[in-house]
Each structure stands twice: as C-alpha cells, then as structure tokens.
Design a protein around this ligand. Structure first.
Ligand SMILES: Nc1ncnc2c1ncn2[C@@H]1O[C@H](COP(=O)(O)OP(=O)(O)OP(=O)(O)O)[C@@H](O)[C@H]1O
Ligand SMILES: [Mg+2]
Length: 495
C-alpha cells in the first residue's frame, strides 16, 4: 500500500482503506505490525514503536521497528521527551529539525540517537490515552511536517479503535478457552456426567488412578454408575488397548464360577471336555472387573487373594501355577466393611481390594447433577426415538428435582426414556415422568428441632464439599442465614 500517494490525493479515501485493512486483523500482534507499517510509510520514518497501556497501568513498548528494545524503552521513558509530551497533551508532537527545536532541548536520548525528525501520535479512546505511536528518522524528513498531522490523527483514531477491539477479542478468546477447559474438566470422562462436587471428587480419584495398576474398590448404591466408572478407569489408563473383562460374581454357582474365573484342565469335572483358559488368563495385561464382589464364596475369596498378592492362579484340576498380570477393579452396592464385620467377607481380601476407594454418591445427594443428567438422557433418547423433544416443563423439572431416586441414575435414565416414548409434545411434562409421589422421608422423631436443623445443615455442607452457596441453595436459605447460623453454632461450641 503506498500511503504517501493516497494521502496526498485523497486522504479520506486512504483513511477508509486503512480502517478496512486494520479492522480485518483481529489478533493484536499482527494488528500492531500493520499499524506500525502504515505509520512508518506515512511520514517515511526509519524507525518506530508502539506503546500500549498494560494491565498494570504502565505504558510498555509492544512493537518496535528497526529499534533495539532497550533503545525503544529508553526513548519511551526519557523524561521531558516526545512521548511524554504527546501523552500528557493528548495531541501529536511532530518536528523535522529536532536538534534545533527548543521543545527537545536537553533531551539526551534524542541527542545521543542523532534524531532529526520525530513524531509521536497518542492513541486515544474516549479522551483516554491507551498508547502512542512513536516514529523517528536521522534525516530531516518532509513527512514530519504539520501537513501530515490531520492524516496521522485520523489514522491514530482508527488504530486505537482497532487495538481496543483486538484486545477485547483476545480477552474473549481467553475466556472462551478457560470455559472450554472448565467444561472439559467437568466432562473429563466421556459419557460420565456430573459437575457436583461429589462427582468431581470421584473424577479426581479416577484421574489419579487410571494410569496405575492399583486395585480399586468402587462402592455405591445400585444404578449409581459403578460399572461406567470401572470402564472409564480402564479405558483412560495404560491398559486401554488390552481387554476389559467383567464378571457379575453373583451370577454363577461356586464350582462354575471357579472354572470360569481360573479355567480348568480337561476332565477336571464332568463336562470339562477340553483344557480351558479362565477369565483371569483371558484378561492378561488388561483389567478384570469383579462386579458385586461381596457375593464371592469364601473358597473363591481365598483364590482371589492369591491373584491379588502373588498374581498367581491355578486352573481347576491342575497343580501348575500360572502367572497373570491383571488389574482388578471390584464393585459392590453393599457396605463391604460391614460384610467383613459380619464375617461374610475376608478381612485380608477387603484390605487388598480397598487400596483405592471410590464412593459413588446416591443421585439424591448430587442435587446439581439431576438436571444435567436429565438433559443428557433427554437428548440421547429423543435422538434414538426420532422425536423433537428438547426440554422439560417447569413442573417436570420440579418433580425431577424433588424425587428421591432410589434407583439412582439408572432409574432417571429409564424415566426419561419412557417419558420420551410416551410424550406427544415437544416438552416433557410432569405426567410423562410417571414418578410415584415421594413417600414421606423417615424423620428422626424425638430430636429437638434445633438439633435437627444443625444436623441437616452439616450433612448438606459435607455433601457439597463445604460449598456455602450450594448448601444454601439446596436448603432454600440465604447465604447470610447460613453464615449466621454456622457462626452461632461455633460460638456455642467454643463456650
Ligand atoms: N454419571 C453418569 N453419567 C451418565 N450416565 C450414567 C452415569 N451414572 C450412571 N449412568 C448410567 O446409568 C446406568 C447405570 O449405571 P451402572 O450400570 O454403571 O450402575 P451400577 O452402579 O453398576 O449399578 P448396579 O449396582 O445396579 O450394577 C447405565 O446406563 C449408565 O450408563
Ligand atoms: Mg453394575
């Protein structure tokens, strides 16, 4: 772009061309470079830099052309210099015989740099200086005369706007990136929904154990997502390309289960027509998921203990010991420790399994997840059933939120699926959900109201990981009320 030609013949046209150019550059650095080029061409300067006000409120050199950074910094800082005048007056400063110009007498940097022509144009937005364009030359350039001033001023106005826009754009992009990161973190595991603090804790544990061989015990009520979690641990870890085998421990009688797990020798029992590999061998180098591990008989518990301790198995009917390298993930919807206390489960096995413990909370304890999951299942179900249902009526939302979900996520999933099939509208209504009205929750009788209030608050707080805002929202009280109460209880305790 030949600016001089354009300016002389049609300054307005030149400005509008420039503003078109600079407004198409969205990123700050390329934009500053373009602005620098145009400014240098306008007055035929050899050197220049752009100063911008940074977040700390300081003017800093952003883009320098043919000037070493330290010189640019020096020129931008020097007291009583061109930049300072331009910025403080909010007007361009321009001279083409600097050494003889009173305004710059004693400006050491100008003398040292042998500068003959100099210009500085402030970049102003709403009468606020956001920066300046500095230009100079060691020759006496005619471009540095007042003739160029109107053009430079108009150009600087356009440039300032473009710079502000680019900064805003970059800021938005950063915010977007952060949001995306946040969303990714909330959905670290494909297809597992949950932004509640309780699920985030589960995800944290999953992240830290996925790449290890540590044995994991997943405990949670039926339908809370234990199997989903077990699979995700496997498929996000180093064993992901090896098999993931799952066995429901309660499904087979003991003898069959034993040969299923450990294999058998031909003729070991009636029906053992050939040698057979067990599931542990088949899962070698991969992961074995023992679902409902509390169902294992004492005999199989002992053998499992050997797998965990020594990595050893024996096929039924064989004396030969075989080595397997399997990672074990076990799940149960019972309280396994209770089973140990009641003598139904070996204590040593319990501790071997419970190296890493994942407790999957009940759905009703993850208030925040209910609607997120409901939306997720709604989208999946309506796609599957080719229906254009995209939301819930306020009454349906209320019902989903207050129902107690004894069957947890599985029940929620089935409820939504059924509602999608039944509904003839574009919104799921309360009646489509077919939820039984909640039975009155069993309330503690004979407890003082005051104590009950405190218990309820403390339980909710622990479920929300100490999150005041969420606790207040769940209890339907204000944060102030909550703070006030907590302080009151603390004072009572301190007394
Ligand atoms: N957080 C979640 N996000 C998405 N889907 C989920 C989530 N949790 C559970 N589900 C879905 O709910 C259903 C039940 O999950 P899963 O089978 O993993 O539960 P479980 O704890 O193993 O239940 P059970 O104890 O009855 O075997 C599955 O269809 C699963 O995909
Ligand atoms: Mg399961």
């Amino acid at each position: 772009m030949n600016m001089n030609h354009d300016i002389r013949h049609d300054p307005l046209d030149a400005i509008s061309q420039i503003s078109c150019t600079i407004n198409t550059v969205r990123e700050l650095d390329p934009l500053l470079n373009t602005i620098m080029d145009i400014a240098l061409q306008t007055v035929q300067a050899e050197r220049g830099f752009i100063l911008l006000l940074d977040d700390a409120g300081e003017f800093t050199v952003q883009t320098a052309r043919n000037i070493a950074d330290d010189v640019a910094i020096d020129l931008s800082r020097f007291s009583n210099n061109v930049v300072k005048q331009a910025l403080s007056q909010g007007n361009p400063v321009m001279a083409f015989d600097v050494q003889a110009d009173d305004r710059f007498a004693g400006a050491e940097s100008i003398v040292l740099q042998k500068i003959q022509s100099v210009a500085c144009v402030p970049l102003t937005i709403k009468q606020r200086s956001i920066g300046a364009i500095y230009l100079d030359s060691i020759q006496q350039r005619s471009g540095f005369t007042d003739d160029s001033l109107p053009f430079l001023k108009a150009f600087a106005n356009q440039a300032a706007i473009a710079i502000e826009n680019a900064r805003l754009y970059e800021q938005l992009q950063q915010e977007n990136q952060q949001l995306r990161k946040h969303v990714q973190e909330a959905h670290r595991f494909d297809g597992i929904i949950g932004s509640s603090p309780a699920m985030q804790r589960v995800f944290d544990t999953m992240t830290s154990v996925a790449d290890t061989d540590a044995t994991v015990l997943i405990q949670g009520e039926s339908g809370t997502g234990k199997e989903l979690i077990a699979r995700a641990i496997h498929y996000n870890g180093v064993r992901k390309d090896k098999p993931f085998l799952a066995l429901f421990c309660g499904s087979l009688p003991e003898s069959l289960l034993e040969s299923e797990l450990f294999g058998h020798k031909k003729g070991a029992f009636t029906g053992a027509a050939a040698d057979k590999k067990g599931l542990f061998e088949a899962a070698d180098k991969g992961t074995f998921f023992l679902d409902e591990v509390s169902e294992l008989s004492p005999h199989i518990q002992v053998q499992l203990l050997r797998v965990l301790q020594e990595g050893e198995i024996k096929r039924v009917g064989e004396t030969q010991i075989r080595h397997v390298d399997v990672r074990i993930i076990a799940a149960t919807n019972k309280n396994l420790f209770e089973e140990v206390k009641n003598g139904n489960f070996r204590e040593d096995l319990y501790y071997r399994l419970n190296v890493i413990n994942v407790n999957v909370p009940r759905l009703r304890e993850r208030h925040n997840d209910i609607m997120e999951l409901a939306g997720y299942f709604l989208e999946k179900s309506s796609q599957k059933n080719k229906k254009a249902i995209n939301s819930f009526t306020p009454e349906a939302v209320q019902a989903l939120k207050t129902y107690s979900w004894p069957g947890n996520v599985r029940e929620l999933q089935n409820t939504i699926e059924r509602a999608v099939v039944l509904s003839r509208q574009t919104k799921i209504d309360r009646s489509d959900l077919q939820l039984q009205d909640n039975p009155t929750p069993s309330l503690p009788i004979g407890v003082k109201l005051k104590d009950f209030e405190r218990q309820l608050v403390e339980r909710t707080l622990s479920e929300t990981n100490g999150n005041i805002t969420e606790t207040a929202a769940q209890l339907g009280v204000s944060r102030r009320w909550l703070h006030y109460r907590l302080k009151e209880w603390k004072d009572e305790d301190d007394r």
